[in-house]
Design a protein around this ligand. Structure first.
Ligand code: NAP
Length: 287
């Protein structure tokens, strides 16, 4: 049976390191990082995610401010709010919790976030820097978390076959780029990929980010592979991954559980990005 990758404890370790650094800043009277999260409407999933982010901020010493707005908030009001936060020196990170209620142009609103406060890493400038391998990019949290989980296994990424199933802007694409930067040979699969199992069976490192519960089964996995399950779907009220854990754990060398794998890493990396954004702004003289 494959070894379990304990995202919960790896994430706790990352939060611990961040807390130490923020304690140091506090003790020297420096600028404490601040994160503002904008939550529009009352989507139950988003409420939970935002509460978890707030809790993590409290734990590590990041000043958090949650702007809870009614679903009737207009796009113009949201843009005005983001623009105000862009020029607020107390704010180092701005995160708009997705999905926004129907009728909002998410891309337009996200593109309003100042790139140096874009802790979700979704602004075209940060995406462009990531693609080019430029320093100073804020990189999406979940892909960064997935890379940390792979590294935690001790399996070298360099030269390995990595397959990412899913090509979203927030997970699949940036993760594929990060794997490429780590010198993997990368294949990206999606809903039109033919003979998916044939491709995934080549993977030394297999990441599933589709939102299709249990679509990756043990027979689609190369023996000994590192399997990272990003998926989180609710099935009969239970959080379920994209990977069929029962059949895959018998084949994989390492596997993440759902919950307790990628999820806690996403929040830990959000804390890391907020601290990084604060430092970037401090060194560019804007904090
Ligand atoms: N744990 C965390 O912190 C975290 C963070 C972010 C997301 N998630 C979860 O990760 C999952 C993916 O999120 P996302 O935002 O990337 O989703 P998304 O934007 O819906 O993208 C899903 C991707 O999967 C592909 N896909 C769908 N069905 C497929 C199939 N049968 N075979 C192959 N590819 C298929 C889609 O292909 P096409 O492009 O061809 O449509 C698309 O590229 C969701 O369950 C989400 O809740 C978890």
């Amino acid at each position: 049976m494959g070894k379990l990758i304990d995202g919960k404890s790896i994430a706790a370790g990352i939060r611990g390191e961040i807390k130490k650094e923020i304690d140091r800043i506090k003790s020297t009277g420096g600028h404490l990082p601040g994160l503002t999260v904008i939550l529009v409407g009352d989507d139950p999933g988003s409420q939970v995610y935002v509460r978890n982010k707030e809790r993590a901020c409290q734990e590590v010493g990041i000043i958090s401010d949650i702007k809870r707005l009614p679903a009737t908030t207009t796009e113009a009001e949201l843009i005005a709010l983001v623009r105000g936060l862009n020029v607020d020196d107390k704010v180092d990170g701005i995160l708009v919790q997705l999905p926004l209620p129907k009728g909002n142009d998410e891309i337009r609103i996200l593109n309003e976030i100042a790139p140096d406060k874009d802790v979700d890493g979704l602004h075209p400038l940060n995406m462009g820097k990531l693609l080019k391998g430029e320093k100073g990019a804020l990189v999406p949290c979940t892909p960064q978390g997935a890379i940390e989980l792979i590294l935690s296994t001790g399996v070298e990424i360099k030269g390995r076959e990595a397959v990412v199933v899913g090509r979203s802007n927030i997970v699949g694409k940036p993760l594929a780029i990060l794997l490429l930067q780590n010198h993997a040979t990368v294949t990206i699969c999606h809903s039109r990929t033919k003979n998916l199992g044939e491709v995934t069976r080549r993977a030394d490192i297999l990441v599933a980010a589709t939102g299709q519960p249990k679509m990756i089964t043990g027979d689609m996995v190369k023996p000994g592979a590192v399997v990272i399950d990003v998926g989180t779907s609710k099935v009969n009220d239970k959080l379920t991954g994209d990977v069929d854990f029962e059949t895959t754990k018998e084949v994989a060398g390492f596997i993440t559980p759902v919950p307790g794998g990628v999820g806690p890493m996403t929040i830990a990396l959000l804390m890391k990005n907020t601290l990084a954004a604060a430092k970037l702004r401090a060194t560019s003289g804007r904090a």
